[in-house]
Design a protein around this ligand. Structure first.
Ligand code: ATP
Length: 351
């Protein structure tokens, strides 16, 4: 099984090595294909995301991606298109998603007994739309003292992410989809997004539907997390809300994610490259390992996917081998080794 690897920077290479270590322990034979990105791609092709790399990822179809450092305020990136035109993206992460046509970023947020305190039972999946909203990066300076950004919402993208959310709910026996928005202020953009979700809800009478203002949703998930199940929301709200949820669960190091397109999927942690702890071997690899489990599920390896999830939750919940973000003093590789050991035990006992 060929799987692409974008090992990123910051803590990226450390958590990538840990993830490969644990996924190999499932006994599946992967061929890990290193795909150059950022500095490596600049050295090889003179661009952080050249068309050759985009094509390689499309051909591989399934990729594990570690985080990439994004320069705040100067991360814009221009990519050449097959027709000779150019598109400018606000960041390399954004460019990867949009060059590959990835449209939804599911981010599961699941509490772990022993780690997540009163959020141990939390079990929410944020479905974040990732092609539109203010993250299209259409920003303009107005003179020297002002700037504006455009928030784009189209019916096509809103229906697509809403349909994906309801389909996911049905396939995974989930009870409810909630749309998060600010349609009381952004009548046209968020109003359209909400209306598309309401329209989709009509096609799924077996799944409950409701909606929350994004600010009220932030309050409610802290007070009554059980009110949420599947959440569908626009790009920026989903980005921020899922970090809030990761904090409730206990660490960004426990928040996995996927970026799904029609024929290609990129699996990555919800967190960034954490430059403040990079190179020390202390990053929590949990989020990328759990993203690997999402990858296994995506390629139809449900049994191995469940084993990776169960082993990761077991190791985190036991609390013996934890990285400093969760109050322990283990290294990234200590955690990976322990998860790998548990994966082997779980898979042996399930024969
Ligand atoms: P970005 O803009 O790319 O999201 P950021 O610097 O704003 O990057 P993160 O890189 O996600 O955000 O880091 C936020 C905080 O969470 C940092 O203090 C970082 O050390 C911590 N953090 C993020 N990921 C992990 C991890 N896997 N293990 C431990 N701590 C982490």
């Amino acid at each position: 099984m060929k799987v692409g690897v974008l090992k990123g920077n910051g803590i990226g290479p450390e958590i990538t090595a840990a993830t490969i270590r644990t996924l190999n322990s499932t006994g599946l034979s992967f061929e890990w294909i290193d795909v150059p990105i950022a500095d490596e791609a600049i050295a090889q092709y003179g661009h952080p995301l050249p068309p050759q790399v985009v094509n390689t990822i499309r051909e591989l179809k399934v990729v594990i991606k570690a985080p990439l450092i994004v320069n705040k305020g100067r991360g814009r990136l221009t990519c050449a298109q097959p027709d000779g035109s150019e598109v400018t993206y606000p960041s390399l992460n954004n460019a990867i998603r949009r060059e590959l046509g990835l449209f939804v970023n599911p981010r599961p947020l699941r509490g772990i007994p022993g780690i997540s305190g009163k959020y141990a039972d939390m079990d929410v999946v944020v479905m974040r739309e990732i092609t539109e909203d203010v993250y299209i990066g259409w920003e303009f300076r107005i003179g020297k003292t002002s700037a504006q950004a455009i928030k784009l919402t189209t019916r096509e993208a809103a229906i697509r992410v809403a349909r994906y959310s309801f389909e996911y709910a049905r396939k995974n026996n989930r009870r409810k989809v909630s749309c998060l928005h600010k349609a009381n202020v952004l009548n046209y953009t968020d109003g359209l997004f909400l209306n598309c979700c309401k329209e989709m809800a009509q096609e799924y009478p077996d799944i409950q539907f409701d909606d929350f203002m994004i600010d009220a949703a932030c309050y409610t998930i802290i007070k009554q997390p059980e009110r949420f199940d599947i959440i569908v929301t626009a790009n920026q709200y989903g980005d921020i809300f899922s970090d809030l949820g990761a904090g409730l669960v206990g660490s960004l190091g426990l928040a996995p994610g996927a970026n799904i397109g029609e024929n290609v999927a990129v699996f990555e942690a919800s967190h960034g490259a954490a430059p403040d702890i990079a190179g020390q071997g202390i990053a929590n690899p949990g989020a990328l390992i759990l993203s690997g489990a999402l990858m296994l599920e995506h390629i139809g390896r449900t049994r191995e996917s469940r084993a990776v999830i169960e082993a990761t939750r077991l190791v985190m919940g036991e609390g013996r081998v934890l990285t400093p973000d969760l109050g322990g003093n283990a290294t990234t590789m200590n955690v990976a080794d322990e998860i790998a050991r548990q994966i082997e035990i779980i898979l042996q006992s399930s024969y």
